[in-house]
Design a protein around this ligand. Sequence first.
Ligand code: RIB
Ligand code: CA
Length: 308
Amino acid sequence: MTERIIIDCDPGVDDAAAILLAFGSSEVEILGITAVAGNIPLEKTEANARLICELANRTDIPVFQGCGRPLLYPARAGVTVHGMDGLGDIGLPKPASAPAARTAVQFIIDQVHAAPGDVTLAVLGPMTNIAVALSVDPGIAPLIKRIVFMGGAAFCPGNIKERAEFNFYFDPHAAQAVMASGIPMVMFGLDVTHKAIITQERTERLKRLGRIGSTIADMLNAYGAGDPCLHDPCVIAYLIEPEIFSGVEGFVEVDCVSSLAIGQSVVSLTERELAGRAPNCLVMTEVDHDRLFSLLEERYQRVELEAS
Ligand code: RIB
Ligand code: CA
């Protein structure tokens, strides 16, 4: 059955790799792409999302501008492995299309009401847009089919801080608000995404596909110098072929108070840790990374054919 999704993202090279994977996969129907501040400021993440659609000749997919800063904290300007332009500084043009008028938050609310129980949110960046949508219209929570997201680090160190993964660290309050929403969740934290390593051999195979493959390979080579893990495509790959992954059910919450561990994902698994609470999230821990990269290659080939 086709999975109807909204991709919420902060492109970002691995976000771009995830969006292109979705373009090449008929298992998912992309209702729209919503951009959020994260890897780089919102103006660039939104423009990059439009550019990725243009590169793949998919300007039929609407792109919406979301939140430009986290719920409480100012946007933390960090060193970004995504380059100044957010797509690896490989010399890509500016997008030709114009931004959509509607906001990302209103688009999410409208789509969920239009198809109750049928829309999955694929969240690839800080969760600010989702948290704001849930605040503007709390009634959408029971209407969202599920949220499959990249964020957190359940049983391993963080990447932006010793105990925190970037998406959760950038907006911990939004992450906690979403984790507490009661919406069915599937978490792709660093536990599993750190096992999806970009190698030279793999990017060389992508280069041989053609224009699209060569572009994403150049982006990944630039990005991989700072972060060799392919985080965001895991979310889309799960929607296409869930059996590539495996994990455990747990209760996930986000530390929003500790000065030393702000943004840390705290995961309870055992009966004692759960303390009577039902699990709220499937926490992914394993991936068949060879199958994941074969899927990328296979689906980028389709994007190549459809874009030509
Ligand atoms: O920690 C990795 C996550 O942070 C990925 O989504 C990457 O794009 C950045 O947003
Ligand atoms: Ca991202």
